[in-house]
Design a protein around this ligand. Structure first.
Ligand code: PBG
Length: 324
């Protein structure tokens, strides 16, 4: 079929025609809202590089959660800023740590909201790396038990899903084993499986105060140039017991999302990261982009690439639009 018999424009003529043949849908059901918790009371610090994003103390987080629940966003992802940092990141698994307190407070008030916790050490270590150091290198195997302790402490506080983002080899298996041993077989693992060493995490490191104090994360996060390796990373995590696998960042990695979609049948999450958010916000503030359109185009493109879930700082804005 070709022109003039087939005319693609026929089905683009009106909004109702376009609506009927639209291939990809974005729903509030697909969204996860990442949030930052810190110690103290009545704290709501704006993050300069991420307009609309704040560091909240637990009381303020609960306030904010009301609007998240009202907008019918099904899940939040919590990051913690600890009271103090040390080389071992021991606050990360403190029973009274800030994330642990936040999880139990949120679950008490909103038992149906799915609470996901980020499992990593970088916000908690004085050196800012995602694992324990041996010299100037992040040591893989000694980090695993610490990560598992973090995951179990989150589960004890009531987390529904734990999300390891550290990129140590073998962490999903150890976390799964420890969760099962401690009676948390119902707690799911969303693994940051294909997590790239990306410049687009820049604004997050301001929000989470987690920039490495020396060097970078190239020795554990994936090389930007690799695609096939993402399949191997995801396959490992699936084998080790991941329930949801993630590709991160999203926009420069839509090909990776598609690749993973074609190879695996597990739910796939994509993280529309801080730098992707900041770029749209900054351009919109200059009047160079239409913020709503750029946001919706971005989110639908991530869905079209094959993601089931999207972790995004735009979750509330998108939910508001989808419901209007
Ligand atoms: C922690 C972690 C990071 C992000 C999520 N978990 C930062 C990093 O790896 O440096 C980035 C999220 C974002 O940029 O929005 N390891």
């Amino acid at each position: 079929m070709h022109f003039p018999v087939y005319r693609p424009r026929r089905l683009r003529r009106t909004e109702n025609l376009r609506r009927m043949i639209r291939e990809t849908r974005l729903a509030v059901d697909n969204l996860v809202y990442p949030m930052f918790v810190m110690p103290g009371e009545k704290v709501k610090n704006p993050v300069g590089s991420m307009p609309g994003v704040y560091q909240f103390s637990v009381d303020q987080l609960l306030e904010e959660m009301k609007s998240v629940v009202d907008l019918k966003i099904p899940a939040v992802l919590l990051f913690g800023l600890p009271r103090r940092k040390d080389p071992e990141g021991s606050e990360a698994h403190a029973a009274d740590g800030v994330v642990q307190q936040a999880v139990s407070a949120v679950k008490e008030k909103y038992p149906d909201l799915v609470v996901i916790t980020d499992v990593c050490l970088c916000e908690y270590t004085s050196h800012g790396h995602c694992g324990l150091l041996q010299g100037h290198e992040v040591d893989n195997d000694s980090t695993l038990e610490v990560l598992a302790k973090v995951a179990v402490s989150h589960a004890e506080s009531g987390a529904d899903i734990v999300a390891p983002s550290d990129m140590m080899d073998g962490r999903v298996a150890v976390i799964r084993e420890r969760l099962d041993e401690t009676g948390f077989d119902r707690v799911a693992i969303m693994s940051y499986s294909a997590k790239y060493c990306s410049a687009f995490y820049g604004p997050f490191r301001e929000a989470a105060e987690s920039a490495p104090q020396f060097g970078d994360r190239r020795a554990y996060q994936m090389d930007v140039a690799n695609g096939l390796e993402a399949i191997r990373e995801v396959a490992l995590d699936v084998d080790e017991g991941a329930d949801i696998v993630m590709v991160k960042p999203a926009l420069a990695y839509l090909d990776i999302i598609r690749l993973v979609r074609e190879e695996f049948d597990l739910p796939i999450a994509a993280y529309n990261v801080s730098g992707e958010y900041a770029m749209i916000k900054a351009a919109a503030a200059q009047g160079w982009l239409d913020e709503e359109r750029a946001m919706m185009e971005t989110l639908i493109a991530i869905r079209r690439a094959g993601a089931d879930l999207i972790l995004t700082y735009f979750a509330k804005d998108a939910a508001r639009l989808l419901q209007s």
